[in-house]
Design a protein around this ligand. Structure first.
Ligand SMILES: [Zn+2]
Ligand SMILES: [Zn+2]
Length: 372
């Protein structure tokens, strides 16, 4: 059984939730406000079920046998390993949740809950970007996106077209890399000269090599199997200079997932992304020819730093004619994504640490270092 923390107002016992509007924890009953960097959840009475399971030390995520139950075998099979259960401190209900859930809401009493064991030890995030946009802003952004599409069915422009809006802290790995890249290109020019009825075509081929060092900071790769990778990559970029040291007090009122894709699996995707974008940017410097084609590359990659961060994303779902439509909004910048193709180039230019941009990169490094 997992340990669940709820965040109660010390003045009145109401539920505290993190408010993106004011950047503070706010009591939904009396309106008292608290700084999430300083707020400590009140000590809570020990949960007898939790201490019993700690003594028995079952493997994490394993089903918990119920002692003395005749239906013990049946109980041991539920919940299955991909689920976990916790006791709600507010109403006492035993709640079954996905084993990757780190924060959510009690389905019985609606109290916001943080599952601390999903955020400790190896699972402890070092950074978080708190939500800076509200649920209302997410719905408004979706309405605006729909408004631009003329051929949209009428139902989408109705007021209540959104079936589900969830604010989710998504687990992300942030990779820093220094790379040395050697790219080979073949450039081609063709000229044609007419002499009477004859045509002379001259084709000139040139070998062009480019070599350089680049620094990539904070390449994000989402660490959640549940989250669609394409959507997560589309809501980027996040401004990582605004990331703050992680505190669980930023989570109440939102959902949070912990990673279930580890950093070595995620690194493969980060490598793909940096090789593609670095190659394109080098190719853009081979100019003055009719055609330029890649003729191979050598890349030396050194990972310099790794962060584990929770980043804010609004997920909006709507159903129409039995089909599910998912939209996402960057919970920091308000960037809204539907099923639209996106310009990824501009984003990577921002991160790319060529000599000219080294001052900007140094600034980013300094800010991250200070915020830890
Ligand atoms: Zn209160
Ligand atoms: Zn409850």
């Amino acid at each position: 059984m997992a340990q669940a923390l709820d965040y109660k107002c010390p003045q009145c016992g109401g539920n505290l939730v993190y408010s993106a509007e004011v950047g503070l924890m706010v009591c939904d009953n009396c309106g008292s406000r608290f700084d999430p960097r300083e707020f400590q959840a009140q000590p809570q009475p020990p949960d007898p079920a939790a201490s019993a399971s700690a003594a028995g030390a079952p493997p994490q995520g394993a089903p918990e046998p119920v002692p003395g139950e005749t239906a013990q075998a049946a109980a041991a099979a539920w919940p299955p390993a991909q689920f976990d259960q916790y006791t709600c401190r507010s109403c006492g209900a035993v709640v079954v949740a996905a084993a990757t859930e780190a924060a959510g809401t009690c389905p019985y009493c609606r109290s916001p809950i943080v599952i601390t064991q999903q955020l400790e030890g190896e699972l402890a995030p070092d950074l978080v970007i708190p939500f800076q946009t509200t649920r209302d802003q997410a719905v408004a952004a979706l309405t605006k996106l729909y408004g631009k599409k003329r051929l949209l069915p009428k139902v989408f422009s109705a007021q209540n077209f959104v079936d589900e809006v969830k604010g989710v802290y998504v687990p992300f790995w942030l990779f820093d890399y220094d790379i040395h890249l050697i790219e080979h290109y073949t450039a081609t020019d063709v000229s044609t000269v007419h002499m009477g009825s004859r045509r002379h075509i001259t084709t000139r081929k040139y070998a062009a090599d480019r070599a350089g060092d680049a620094r990539f900071l904070g390449i994000p790769v989402d660490g959640s199997v549940n989250m669609p990778d394409a959507i997560m990559e589309s809501v980027e970029p996040f401004d990582l200079t605004q990331a703050v040291p992680f505190e669980p007090s930023y989570l109440p009122g939102f959902l949070a997932e912990r990673y279930d894709v580890d950093s070595s699996q995620a690194a493969a995707r980060a490598h793909d992304r940096l090789i593609k974008s670095a190659g394109t940017i080098f190719q853009d410097t081979v100019t003055g020819h009719e055609r330029v084609a890649s003729a191979g590359a050598e890349v030396f990659i050194k990972q310099t730093r790794l962060h584990y961060a929770l980043l804010p994303v609004w997920m909006l779902t709507t159903f129409w004619r039995g089909q599910r439509f998912t939209f996402a909004m960057n919970g920091q910048t308000g960037r809204m994504i539907g099923d639209l193709p996106l310009d990824r180039q501009a984003y990577w230019r921002w991160f790319f640490g060529l000599a000219g941009a080294s001052a900007v990169v140094a600034g980013l490094v300094a800010t991250l270092a200070v915020s830890l």
